[in-house]
Design a binder for this molecule. Structure first.
Ligand SMILES: O=P(O)(O)OC[C@H]1O[C@H](OP(=O)(O)OP(=O)(O)O)[C@H](O)[C@@H]1O
Ligand SMILES: NC(=O)CC[C@H](N)C(=O)O
Ligand SMILES: [Mg+2]
Length: 476
């Protein structure tokens, strides 16, 4: 049997988009599609679009990339002036078609479509309670708990149902929810996952990142605030603050790695935050070298900031094969070891004989750094100094990043010097947590940085981990 290598270790986060057009004869299918296309970096396992024409819901979901899942025949049936879409990276429940989103449920009041980015920390418990009440689940994802609760409370309208549901669900969620009449977006009270709103000439868009608004010609209106709901219907767009009690704790990893650099999240340009991190990293860990290189693509802005600050030329040290998908079929163990090289090939022409500073955004298991430092040396680099624009990842995330068990996190089990030795670097420096926070530059530390410091904004009961869900779902 062929072996599969997972190239995307912590890559994705799920992306959501919702579009509402005032004219009931207008269609949203292509707008949702292009919005999802812009959010593809957030999830590559499955993609789906659900629309509503005012009377009926239509949907299509499939495994793979947005471009692989949809075609003209499928668009034919995705009629309607309201629509939502989702690209998935699984956090609770396996990656298979039944777990693809959006979820669409039909019941006596009509239909509810829901797309979720994030991860609930009490889904297992809520699911058990719902099952005790006779609810039957069709998927093993946490998001189905949310849609069930919304349906249960929907006798007084969608906004009320979501509000009631928010009293019960805990954890990370940025949702877009749709009925025959309206589109609602909501961000959890901690604001763990991003969500923003834009305006079209004839309607509105809600999306995980502002880059999705740009591609469909929507004008950015605002970020949805933590605990805030945006309600879009025939009366226009309105906002309602649901919860204010907790301290904002948005995921700082969005700035480091997840989000696209052309997005602006909570008023901060992701590109600028990454570049600032490079500048701060240069001040915290300078080194005498001939060339600064990035591990493409995420760390390019940080590498530019680092190079500019120390007056060292920035160069291209790797060529990235852009055609590698989520998994790569490997014939044998020897090829397995070449996996990272297939993705990132060093440029002998630029690195040979030079003292190189290699900037990457993070070290999680240490696989990438270990293999590419080695490959740079084989390509003739005289010295390789590694600088990382985030602190050591030493704690698992329960809010939507698929970081492995703690004992697989190299930052949790090894010292910086041990890691330097393991990856074969001549020196290794990580940005400090303070430096990272300063790079984003928002006062009062409105971030979750539990993966670095181990302080979790929301309690994480053992039973809520995804393994429990896999068991509940009877999966392998
Ligand atoms: O220490 P590791 O376990 O190797 O994880 C860290 C690496 O993973 C990510 O890259 P990834 O290859 O997932 O995606 P990218 O090409 O978008 O940077 C990240 O940018 C680091 O390069
Ligand atoms: N990465 C995510 O946001 C995942 C959403 C949801 N928990 C799922 O597994 O489908
Ligand atoms: Mg990388």
């Amino acid at each position: 049997m062929l072996d599969r290598i997972d190239f995307d270790k912590l890559k994705e986060e799920c992306g959501v988009v919702g579009v509402y057009r005032n004219n009931h004869d207008a269609r949203v299918d292509k707008l949702v599609y292009y919005g999802l296309f812009a959010l593809q970096h957030r999830g590559q396992e499955s993609a789906g679009i659900a629309t509503n024409d005012g009377d009926f819901a239509h949907f299509h979901k499939g495994m793979g990339l947005v471009s692989e899942v949809f075609n003209d025949t499928i668009f034919e049936k995705l009629r309607g002036h309201i629509g939502i879409g989702h690209v998935r990276y699984s956090t609770t429940g396996e990656s298979y078609i039944a777990n693809a989103q959006p979820l669409v449920v039909k019941y006596r009041r009509g239909s509810i479509g829901l797309a979720h980015n994030g991860n609930l920390t009490n889904a297992a418990l809520l699911r058990e309670r719902l099952e005790d009440d006779g609810v039957v689940f069709q998927t093993t994802i946490d998001s189905e708990v949310i849609v069930n609760l919304i349906a249960r409370y929907s006798n007084e309208g969608l906004a009320y149902a979501i509000e009631r549901t928010m009293d019960l669900i805990k954890g990370a969620y940025a949702l877009v929810v749709m009925t025959e009449k309206e589109l609602i977006g909501v961000r959890d009270p901690y604001g763990l996952r991003p969500l923003c709103v834009g305006k079209l000439d004839d309607g509105y868009v809600i999306a995980s990142e502002s880059c999705a608004l740009d591609v469909i010609g929507a004008k950015f209106v605002k970020d949805v605030e933590p605990g805030e709901m945006v309600i879009i219907n025939e009366k226009g767009m309105s906002f309602k603050q649901i919860e204010k009690e907790v301290k904002k704790s948005s995921c700082i990893f969005e700035y480091i790695y997840f989000a696209r650099p052309d997005s602006v999240i909570d008023g901060v340009s992701v590109y600028q935050a990454r570049k600032n991190a490079g500048i701060i990293l240069a001040n915290e860990h300078p080194v005498d070298a001939d060339m600064v290189i990035a591990v493409p693509d995420t760390s390019i802005p940080a590498a530019i900031g680092y190079a500019d600050t120390l007056g060292i030329p920035f160069g291209e040290g790797f060529i990235k094969n852009r055609y590698i998908g989520r998994t790569f079929i490997q014939p044998d163990q020897t090829m397995r070891e070449m996996a990272v090289l297939i993705k990132l090939n060093p440029m002998r022409q630029t690195v040979e004989g030079k003292r190189i500073v290699m900037i990457d955004d993070s070290i999680v298991r240490g696989t990438t750094s270990g293999q590419i430092v080695n490959s740079l040396k084989r390509a003739g680099a005289k010295e390789v100094h590694v600088r990382i624009s985030s602190p050591p990842v030493a704690h698992s995330c329960y809010y939507g990043i698929d970081t492995p068990d703690r004992n697989q996190l190299i930052g949790a089990i090894k010292t910086v010097d041990e890691i330097r030795e393991i990856i074969g670097a001549d020196s290794l420096g990580y940005i400090s947590l303070k430096g990272l926070k300063d790079s984003v530059g928002i006062d009062d530390d409105p971030f979750c940085h539990a993966c670095f410091c181990g302080t979790y904004p929301i309690e994480v009961p053992e039973a809520s981990c995804k393994k429990t869900f896999k068991r509940l779902g009877g999966e392998k």
